[in-house]
Design a protein around this ligand. Sequence first.
Ligand SMILES: NC(=O)c1ccc[n+]([C@@H]2O[C@H](COP(=O)([O-])OP(=O)(O)OC[C@H]3O[C@@H](n4cnc5c(N)ncnc54)[C@H](O)[C@@H]3O)[C@@H](O)[C@H]2O)c1
Length: 332
Amino acid sequence: MACLRCGVIGLGRLGFKHAQNLAGRIENARLAAVSDPFEGARNNFSGRFSGVDVFADHRDLLARKDIDAVVIASATNTHGSIIMDALKAGKPVFCEKPVTLDMDEGARIRKTLAEVKGYLMIGFMRRFDDAYLMGKKQVDSGRLGEPVYVRCVSRDPGAPPIEFAKASGGLVLDMCVHDIDLARWFIGSEVSRLSAEGAVLMWPELGKIGDIDHVDIEFRFKNGRLAHLEGSRNARYGYDIRTEVICTGGSVFIGDLRQTACLVLNGEGSLTDIIPEFRTRFDKAYLTEMEAFVNDVLNEREPSVTLEDGIAAVELCFAVNDALKQRKVIEL
Ligand SMILES: NC(=O)c1ccc[n+]([C@@H]2O[C@H](COP(=O)([O-])OP(=O)(O)OC[C@H]3O[C@@H](n4cnc5c(N)ncnc54)[C@H](O)[C@@H]3O)[C@@H](O)[C@H]2O)c1
C-alpha cells in the first residue's frame, strides 16, 4: 500500500495530537519530520518520539524532498504565511482552523493555491465526528423535512493561555468559527444578515487584550432560515459542545456532556463525569479527518473541507466582530 510521508508544523496541544495520529494510528501514513521554533515543544516531542527529524524552522522541513505532505497546527497568526510557503514548496497541505486572520492574506492564499494547482484542506474536525456525521446524514436524507433552525453551544471550561489567546484572533475567530461552519453546512445557504452580543463575564485578562469570553450570534440565511450560536469560555463544569438542528418534520440533537456512559445513583442524587476538554471529545474526529487528508492526497482527490469553506467562515467571523464593535445589525 502507498504510504504518505508527513511533516507536522507546530507541536503545541493539537500539533502533538496530529503527530501522534500520523506516527501510529494511520496505516498508510508515516510521520517523517516536525518543526516548532519553541525549544520546549521540540524537547517534549523528542522525549517521546524517535526516528523523526525535528526542525526549529518550518522552511527546513519544507525543503525536504522526501516529505510528501504537511499538517499545519502552528499558532493561528502564522497559518497564512506557512500555507503559502508549503504550497510553493509543492506540498499538499492540511491546515488547522481558522485559515487566516486577514482577508487580504486569504485572497493571496487563494491565488497561490490556484497558481500551484495545489491541495489544501481546512481542519473543521466536527464534520468528521461520528455524532455530527450521523446528524448530517439524517438531515440530508430528507426524512426529517427541511432544516430551518440551527442552535449551537460551544463552551470551553476556562480561558485559554493568554499567549494563545493573543495569537488566536479572539473568541469568534478561534471558537465560533466551528459553529459558523456547521451552521452553513447544515442549512446549506449563505448568511444574509447577522447580529451579535458579547461581553467579558469571567476573565478580565481576556478583556485586557481586547478579547471577550461570551458571545451570542444571530444569523439569518438567504433562504430565510435562522441560526443562534453561543460561544463561551465560562463552562466551569467542563467542555460543552452541542448542536440542535430543527427541521420541518423532526430534529437532531448532537452532543452530550457525559464522557463515560455510567450514571452513579445514591440517596443524595445522581452523578456522571463530564468531558474535560477538546482532545478528549474529538479524539476520533481528529483521527478521521487526518485519515481523510492522507487518503485524499494518496488518491489525488479534492479536499472535502476546502479553502473556500475556511474563508467563508472567517469572513463571517469578521462580520460578527464588526457587529459587536459597531453594535448594529450587519447586512451582507
Ligand atoms: N480544530 C480544533 O478543534 C482545534 C483545537 C485547538 C487548536 N486548534 C488550532 O490549532 C492551532 C494550534 O493550537 P494549539 O492549541 O495547539 O496551540 P498551542 O499554543 O498549544 O501550540 C502552538 C504551537 O505553534 C508553535 N509555533 C508558533 N509559530 C510557529 C511556526 N512558525 N512554525 C511552527 N510552529 C510554530 C508554537 O511554538 C506552539 O508550540 C491554532 O491555530 C488553533 O486555532 C484547532
